[in-house]
Structures are given as structure tokens and as C-alpha cells.
Write a protein that binds this ligand. Structure first.
Ligand code: MC0
Length: 149
């Protein structure tokens, strides 16, 4: 069901400061930035890998408000690993299969995620304390690149 690690997400107070740290220290490149109002975050994706086969990302998340999921996480735990996201080929099918095994879905239907993906979260308490995200990547455009919205 899981084809790859799509991204590892880190919650932070200051997105620009963390982008500077990760790109300078690990020589990573920012390939997308987005404000996702529904999720309450301002975010950046930094690409890992050689570009063949899609690679994976470090996702940096700054909350838009204190009462958003990432705002609450920062207040409780401070900066650090927020969630791990796994690539799936059919998110609706994966959600149904996972729910049938007794794991709580935090989303009833797929939502809009980074770079045009569809995403859904699983309850951390049902996955050994790890907030888990399913990601179905956006279909490639005609020139073979993913369309980053
Ligand atoms: C909370 N908990 C976590 C956690 N956040 N455990 C592991 N990892 C996390 N990130 C734990 C708390 O410590 C607490 O445990 C329990 O879950 C309940 O947390 P809470 O602080 O009372 O907060 P709730 O219940 O209101 O919300 C937690 C929950 C929520 C995970 C359900 O944050 C949520 O629905 N998250 C999914 C959406 C999300 O995170 N969106 C932002 C990223 P104790 O033991 O203290 O009771 S959006 C994103 O990343 C998009 C843009 C993308 O990837 O494309």
C-alpha cells in the first residue's frame, strides 16, 4: 500500500529561518511554497533525491494561527517532527482499507495537499504515536513535471 516516503514534516515557528537552515546546511532546494488555509499552515517543500522517480521531501510547516493543528502542536511540544507522509496510488482505496483495520481516519474524504496532491491523515494514537499522512501525488502534466499549485 505504501509506495514510498513522500515527506517528513517539521513544525516550526519561523518558516523563512528554517528554509535558510535546511537549504544551507543540507544543500536542499525549495521546490514549492504554499499557504493552505484549510490546514492552517504556511509551508515549503524541499526536495531530496536526484529527481528520478519523484524523490521525497522535507516539508516545513509554520502555523497560520495558535489554534490550528500545528499551532497547538508547537505550544505543547515545541519545534520538531510533526508527521510522516506515505505515497499511495489510490488514496480512497487506501483510506477504506486502513479504516477497515480499525485505524481512525482524521479526514472523511481526501483533502488538498502540497503540490496538487490529495491527502488524508490517520490518528497518531492508532499508529504508535506517529501522525501519519497518506498522499496521492498530482498526476504528471504533459511535459512530465508535477503541477505545483
Ligand atoms: C497531536 N498529537 C500528536 C500530534 N499532534 N501526536 C503525534 N504527532 C502529532 N503531530 C497528540 C497529542 O500529543 C495528544 O496526545 C493527542 O494527539 C491529542 O492532541 P491535541 O493536542 O489534544 O489536539 P487535537 O486532538 O485537537 O488534534 C490532534 C490531531 C490534529 C492529530 C487530531 O492535529 C489533526 O487532525 N491533525 C491532522 C491535520 C494536520 O495536522 N494538519 C497540519 C498539516 P496526549 O497523549 O497528550 O493526549 S497539513 C499538511 O501537512 C499539508 C499541507 C500537506 O502535507 O500537504
Amino acid at each position: 500500500m505504501f509506495m514510498r516516503i513522500d515527506h517528513v514534516a517539521i513544525a516550526c515557528h519561523d518558516l523563512e529561518e528554517k528554509i535558510a537552515f535546511f537549504s544551507e546546511t543540507f544543500e536542499l532546494t525549495v521546490v514549492a511554497r504554499e499557504v493552505n488555509e484549510e490546514q492552517g499552515v504556511k509551508e515549503a517543500m524541499l526536495h531530496i533525491g536526484d529527481g528520478e522517480g519523484g524523490g521525497s521531501y522535507i516539508q516545513l510547516l509554520e502555523p497560520l494561527s495558535a489554534d490550528s493543528p500545528v499551532g497547538k502542536f508547537l505550544a505543547k511540544r515545541g519545534e520538531g517532527l510533526h508527521h510522516v507522509a506515505f505515497g499511495v496510488s489510490n488514496i480512497s482505496e487506501a483510506m477504506a482499507k486502513i479504516e477497515s483495520k480499525g485505524v481512525r481516519l482524521l479526514d472523511e474524504r481526501p483533502r488538498h495537499g502540497s503540490m496538487g496532491s490529495e491527502i488524508a491523515f490517520l490518528h497518531p494514537k492508532d499508529v504508535s504515536g506517529m501522525l501519519t499522512e497518506l498522499v496521492q501525488a498530482a498526476p504528471p502534466s504533459k511535459n512530465g513535471e508535477n503541477v505545483h499549485t
